[in-house]
Design a protein around this ligand. Structure first.
Ligand code: ACO
Length: 274
């Protein structure tokens, strides 16, 4: 019997392959405290190797997705505690970027209510972001006199156009899910009452696909991004071989055989039968 997922600041519900992970500080609008970040480091480490989990959905309890970093517990309380501050900074980047950006299974940010400041890190780190059309986003750092640090500025510039990034960070203005969709900060905006169903539909469609192909594809896209064409060609050839080698379900052979020999599906429109 494996250890239950029992955390003070995060709720986890695993349902037929989907891990529904929810930041759980609704009274503080899911502001990220050092304790929450610590919980998330452990939760993601466990989910990565949990055989019952194929997709991770990141949500939030209560009125909004997250109000960003906790201004009291993450900032002011740590100002004169350099050791605790160093640990807190390491853990906050660890789960929101090191773990999520490179997570070996697909990840979906499911955004309702609002997403501010530091919340943009995990928003961008997730492979998909589905948001309610009426969700409110804001790079509000400038409103209280700081810069978008952590790695928000860098991640934002890798995600959305330069003009939009400058506009949002220098004015601190809020914008809704539809505008986030327009600038490709998110995968798509959906009506608020369809958010959960649309997210689940996407997650279930991913669960039908070959997990090693998904893992390899994520790595291929993210790692080759910073390479030259020569390096990328060589890396992707090696990755292609590695993915076939790792794939215990033999997807490559099955996929070809079901199309060429059995004529049971058309890869242009659907996946082979696993
Ligand atoms: N840090 C610490 N506490 C917070 C935060 C936060 N980021 N956001 C909300 N809270 C707390 C409030 O202090 C309040 O606590 P209290 O009940 O002890 O008084 C509680 O959560 C509820 O907050 P309200 O403001 O009363 O809730 P409301 O629903 O009216 O507004 C909103 C929500 C819009 C999110 C507002 O709280 C807010 O502006 N929060 C700050 C958002 C922000 O700018 N985040 C970026 C921080 S910078 C960064 O992440 C790097």
């Amino acid at each position: 019997m494996s250890k239950p997922y029992d955390y003070e600041n995060v709720l986890i519900n695993i349902d037929k392959g989907i891990a529904w992970v929810s930041l759980n500080r609704p009274d503080k609008r899911n502001a990220m405290s050092p304790a929450l970040n610590h919980d998330m480091v452990e939760v993601l480490s466990r989910l990565e190797t949990d055989a019952d989990v194929g997709v991770v959905v990141l949500g939030g309890e209560g009125k909004g997705w997250t109000a960003g970093m906790d201004l009291s517990l993450f900032f002011r309380d740590l100002d004169d505690k350099p050791v605790e501050r160093a640990v807190a900074h390491r853990e906050t980047n660890q789960w929101r970027w090191n773990h999520l950006y490179t997570f070996s299974k697909p990840t979906i940010a499911m955004v309702h209510g609002f997403c501010f400041g530091g919340g943009f890190t995990q928003l961008i780190a997730c492979d998909f972001a589905i948001a309610a059309e009426d969700a409110v986003f804001g790079l509000s750092e400038v409103n209280w006199g700081i810069i978008p640090a952590g790695i928000v500025s860098k991640a934002l510039m890798d995600c959305i156009p330069y003009r939009d990034a400058l506009d949002l960070c220098l004015t601190g203005r809020t914008f809704d899910g539809k505008e986030a969709d327009r600038m490709r900060l998110i995968t798509r905006a959906v009506p608020a009452d369809a958010l959960r169903a649309e997210t689940e539909k996407l997650a279930r469609s991913l669960l039908k696909l070959n997990p090693e192909a998904l893992r390899g594809t994520k790595q291929a896209l993210k790692v080759s991004r910073g390479m030259s064409y020569d390096q990328a060609g060589d890396y992707l050839a090696a990755k292609f071989a590695e993915q076939k080698f790792r794939d215990v379900e033999g997807g490559y052979a099955k996929g070809i055989s079901q199309f060429i020999d059995e004529k049971s599906y058309r890869p242009a429109f659907e996946a082979y039968s696993r």
